[in-house]
Ligand binder design. Structure first.
Ligand SMILES: O=c1ccn([C@@H]2O[C@H](COP(=O)(O)O)[C@@H](O)[C@H]2O)c(=O)[nH]1
Length: 308
């Protein structure tokens, strides 16, 4: 998976991933009206609305961006129709040749992890027919339960060429409460970084990077600098650019000297770009996907200018 991702990054000359985090308040009224009229104000309508919105966003960026990162929470909150919309979205992204990093942040004991792993990056067996339900190339995981909670996923990474991005230093303001605790081996996030590196050692691809990556928030460049040293073969998924305040000029430390090693995420900053103050007079709500494309190109340019 990591070799495929790097190939896409190189092909599109763009180390970014667009977050598909739909919320009703950012969806254009004309889309909401269409489906609320047909299905009423129901979870079914919301599922259709999210899919329609995502499809148009994907159509507008698939040729310039290597991957999308749907956030499953936005869909799960609406129950089965929300999850169906998530699955249709990942299917559509794959159809358009764009990779999918499912932001699912799972973490549980081995027997439960086995079910999550089989469902999300494995294939479920139904009467001798095996099926990839979620169509994700990689997923995010929480490492708090230790390696026996991660091992079931590693098995499917090897078997089906999938990837993991494990939370090491998250972008949120309170991440330090636990992740920055001092241990006898340095800060806790450094210890987790070393563990993730070790877990990924036997999954290093032709590119020299492991299929087991790490989540390192764009809002913590100092910590990223340390982690980059500890984790030379680990790809970083970097959320927090844009809406959370992460800036391109701080992101150099996340990359290796080969210009690889990190993929930067932006969700609201792209998919809700048409609502930005400076864009309100430039784009009508019917042009939300054009605004998203422009924002994605601006992000690419911003990174290229500041990083390379
Ligand atoms: O440390 C983390 C881990 C995950 N996220 C997720 O990334 C996106 C960020 O959205 P923006 O709109 O670009 O702020 C969202 O899905 C988070 O759940 C993160 O922000 N930080």
């Amino acid at each position: 998976m990591i070799d495929r991702l790097i190939k896409e990054i190189n092909k599109k000359q763009n180390p970014t991933v667009i977050g598909l985090d739909p919320r009703l308040e950012i969806i254009p009224t004309f889309i909401k009206e269409e489906y609320f009229e047909k299905y009423g104000k129901t979870p079914k309508a919301v599922g259709k609305i999210f899919y329609r919105f995502n499809k148009e966003i994907i159509d507008s960026i698939y040729d310039i961006v290597p991957a999308v990162k749907p956030q499953i929470a936005m869909y799960e909150q609406y129950g089965p129709e929300g999850v169906e919309s998530y699955i249709r979205t990942t299917e559509y992204a794959k159809e358009k040749g764009i990779m999918v990093i499912g932001d699912i942040k799972r973490g549980d004991i081995t027997s439960t992890a086995e079910a999550y792993a089989e469902g999300h990056i494995g294939k479920v067996e139904i009467e001798e027919k095996s099926q990839d339900i979620y169509n994700q190339d990689a997923i995010t995981l929480n490492p708090y339960l230790g390696f026996d909670s991660i091992e079931p996923y590693v098995k499917y990474c090897k078997k089906y060429d999938k990837g993991l991005f494990i939370l090491v230093k998250t972008s949120n303001p309170n991440s330090g409460e636990i992740q920055d605790l001092e241990t006898n081996e340095g800060k806790l996030y450094e210890k987790v970084g070393r563990l993730v590196t070790k877990w990924g050692e036997e999954l290093i691809g032709e590119s020299g990077y492991s299929q087991i990556g790490a989540v390192v928030g764009a809002t913590h460049p100092e910590q990223a600098k340390e982690l980059r040293k500890i984790m030379p073969n680990t790809y970083f998924l970097v959320p927090g650019y844009g809406a959370q305040g992460g800036k391109a000029e701080d992101l150099k430390a996340y990359f290796n000297k080969d210009g690889l090693g990190a993929i930067i995420n932006s969700s609201r900053g792209i998919i809700a770009a048409y609502l930005k103050e400076e864009n309100r007079s430039r784009f009508s709500e019917h042009e939300f996907s054009l605004a998203a494309r422009e924002a994605a190109l601006c992000m690419k340019e911003d990174l290229q200018k500041n990083l390379f």
